[in-house]
Design a protein around this ligand. Structure first.
Ligand code: G3P
Length: 361
């Protein structure tokens, strides 16, 4: 495996800065490389400037995602450089490892099962498991039932209690997944098929909703993201990301609760502080791994992102040393005023690199 800073043995040669790359809309558009993406990575490797990838994408293991990006960019990359939207779910392991965890999202349900099990979750239940065990749990499954039957594993015998709902990437079968979330959030302590006795009790905190139901975790707040889809005018049109699924669930929840109880959930992924703290620690740790415990901390970290509400907002809010460059190759449309002001706006990854190098002298 390759790590660029390895070539700098002398601490006086340490790079004073590092780069954090968003992927979709910065390096890739759909499956295709954006111009100068590979060259930018190769340049940082040659100059031994540390860098990581900080993406709200996911649905596969860090190793598989690193390999896929390396192939697309035709460069050599290290898994330790890679932080996906759900990488901070690793922090849930000490508490939820032995619990029944519903895992939603992923390219295929069995694929996301493997990813979650790879993190250390021992009792993973997928939407396919529930749909195959009881096809009428969602009444309009004619398009997807065969798929779920193929991917499902048998449920544990007896009544099933789900302790946590975790959304790992954009759910594929929204109807089924929304139904399951709604059912479990109204259930009696996560018992599948039950209805909570406290839900709707106006004398209770939050009107009794979600007082004894599974915890709910999301990992990607992005509402839309750039793919290779183009509209009738030939211009890219953004597609739904995981944040849109959460918005749909919030809409349903608002109806279920007569607007009296906001949906309680926890979210990681950009722009959340937890994700930036994770990325910051990871970069600083690498500095010590490759240059010894006495190596100074990295001074500035440049976040290159195309989405003002994602990497730009997160970098701006992070307390120490992060700077943000907004690129015009994805979500942000050139010439419009971004919702969050970055340190700089640049045309693409090449001009962003030039700007950062110039600022760092
Ligand atoms: O929100 C969808 C996700 O794939 C975006 O990825 O790399 O732009 O954070 P990224």
């Amino acid at each position: 495996e390759y790590w660029p800073t390895k070539v700098r043995a002398n601490p006086t040669q340490l790079s004073s800065f590092a780069v954090s790359f968003d992927i979709d809309g910065v390096l890739l558009q759909g499956k295709h490389c954006l111009p100068n993406a590979s060259e930018s990575i190769t340049l940082l490797q040659r100059l031994a400037v540390p860098f990581i990838f900080l993406t709200n994408g996911g649905g596969m293991s860090e190793k598989a995602h690193t390999q896929r990006l390396a192939n697309r960019l035709s460069v050599c990359l290290d898994t330790r450089q890679f932080i996906q939207s759900h990488t901070p779910f690793l922090d849930l392991i000490p508490r939820l490892q032995e619990k029944n965890v519903l895992v939603l999202g992923g390219e295929q349900s069995n694929n996301i099962r493997e990813v979650a099990e790879g993190y250390g979750f021992k009792n993973v239940i997928t939407a396919s498991d529930l749909a195959a065990a009881n096809p009428s749990i969602f009444p309009f499954s004619e398009i997807s039932q065969e798929h779920h039957n193929k991917l499902a594993k048998p449920l544990p015998a007896g009544p099933l209690v789900i302790d946590a709902i975790t959304v790992w990437s954009s759910p594929r079968d929204w109807g089924l997944d929304l139904q399951l979330c709604r059912d479990l959030l109204l259930s009696d302590g996560g018992l599948l098929g039950s209805i909570s006795k406290t839900a709707g009790d106006a004398t209770l905190h939050n009107h009794g909703f979600q007082s004894d139901t599974p915890e709910l975790f999301f990992c990607n707040p992005d509402h839309l993201w750039p793919t290779d889809y183009k509209g009738a005018d030939g211009q890219p049109q953004l597609r739904f990301a995981q944040g849109a699924f959460k918005a749909a669930l919030e809409g349903i929840w608002s109806v279920e609760t007569n607007g009296k109880a906001p949906l309680i959930s926890r979210t990681v992924g950009k722009p959340e502080h937890e994700t930036f703290a994770y990325a910051n620690n990871k970069l600083q740790a690498y500095q010590k791994v490759f240059h010894g415990a006495g190596a100074p901390d990295i001074g500035s970290i440049w976040m290159f992102d195309d989405n003002p509400a994602s990497g730009i907002l997160g970098a701006n809010r992070y307390e120490r040393g992060w700077k943000s460059v907004l690129l015009e190759t994805g979500v942000h449309v050139a010439g419009t005023v971004p919702s969050v002001q970055p340190t700089s706006i640049q045309r693409d990854v090449k001009t962003a690199m030039g700007y950062a190098f110039q600022q760092e002298g």
